[in-house]
Design a binder for this molecule. Structure first.
Ligand SMILES: [Zn+2]
Ligand SMILES: [Zn+2]
Length: 346
């Protein structure tokens, strides 16, 4: 019987396999040889897979979510101009450009880190060593990797909010006030590279096979697009406790809730709803909020005074990247603004 994991794999290779070979042989290889680029064939072939799978994923996500946004919008905007830049972020990220940068910049340190692990005998925390035979069942292995990576994702995301210099980068993601199906990949590029490096390293360490890693990334990306979509969609009481819903994640983006001191009397000092795909960790570590009604999204510092400081996070891609770097260097140099009354500096 074909299980869900096999189905994803089969469909991807069916849809992408022949095209991948064709693109590789007719377009990529000639260019590599012509310019004498010393790129490993396997690496280039995998790169084509990321690119095509990403393209397919964007098409499917758009075909499903865009009609929902048009028919049942949650927020009605005068125009969608602010959304355009997020389309660019989506293409940069999902077509594998970040992985390409990662490969060329961090591969040497990656290799030495792996060697370091190997020398200390911690190169095989992989699933099959801990639980022999479990990886024979691809779906079980897939679900375990999914849960482990998501658990790491929860703490990674909390750190992005709690560590001040890191928040200055993550604020690019939160500065979108018109959340849509495109908003997920709106990140600082430096943050993207850090994140890709962290999860690739973790996947390598726990022994996630490359095909499963691609499938995990595709499923995760599609679900995260859904979380940001501007549409009225309820998962129901139980559903939103099993899987992060658009409502749950939108509250994470809410001004005064997602990041700033919104809950001074309890443990949610740095916001709520950090879960990437599973809200379980938020429930377990007391950062879940299922009840607060939806609020406008954004960063408090963006609001005009007296609510905020009218801080500019940039409208275009380069402005957002530059301002993010400037906030980061100022924070590191200790020049960050003092926290405004009732809220933290952003
Ligand atoms: Zn966040
Ligand atoms: Zn988000």
């Amino acid at each position: 019987m074909l299980n869900a994991f096999d189905w994803i794999n089969h469909t991807t290779s069916l849809l992408v396999g022949d095209v991948q070979t064709w693109v590789f042989v007719t377009l990529v290889q000639p260019v590599l040889y012509h310019f004498h680029l010393m790129v490993d064939d396997d690496f280039a072939y995998d790169g084509v897979l990321w690119f095509l799978a990403g393209l397919l994923q964007i098409a499917v996500v758009y075909a499903v979510l865009r009609p929902l946004e048009a028919l049942r919008p949650l927020e009605v905007w005068p125009n969608r101009r602010a959304v355009r830049v997020d389309v660019l972020y989506t293409f940069i990220n999902r077509l594998g450009l970040i992985n390409l940068v990662l490969f060329f910049t961090l591969q040497p340190s990656f290799d030495s880190l792996q060697e370091w692990f190997r020398l200390r005998g911690i190169d095989n925390i992989n699933l099959d060593t801990l639980w022999p035979g479990v990886t024979d069942r691809p779906l079980v292995a897939f679900l375990i990797y999914f849960i482990v990576l998501d658990f790491a994702g929860y703490w990674y995301h909390r750190a992005q909010h709690q560590i001040q210099w890191w928040w200055e980068l993550h604020a690019v993601h939160h500065s979108q006030r018109q959340l849509s199906l495109w908003a997920d990949d709106r990140n600082h590029l430096l943050d993207d590279v850090l994140q890709a490096a962290f999860f690739a390293m973790l996947a390598l360490l726990i022994g996630v096979p490359p095909t499963q890693f691609v499938a995990l990334s595709l499923v995760s990306g599609a679900l995260q697009s859904l979380q940001h979509a501007n549409t009225r969609l309820s998962f129901g009481w139980l559903g939103e406790r099993l899987l992060v819903s658009p409502r749950f994640h939108r509250l994470h983006h809410a001004v005064g809730y997602g990041h700033e001191l919104g809950h001074q009397n309890n443990a949610r000092l740095y916001g709520c709803n950090f879960g990437v795909l599973l809200p379980w960790w938020d429930v377990l570590f007391h950062s879940a909020d299922f009840t607060t009604p939806l609020q406008p999204t954004g960063v408090r510092a963006q609001l005009p005074a007296p609510d905020g400081q009218g801080e500019d996070y940039g409208d275009g891609f380069w402005a957002q990247q530059w301002l993010g770097l400037r906030r980061l260097t100022r924070r590191i140099a200790g020049l960050g603004r003092a926290a405004p009354p009732g809220g933290r500096a952003a």
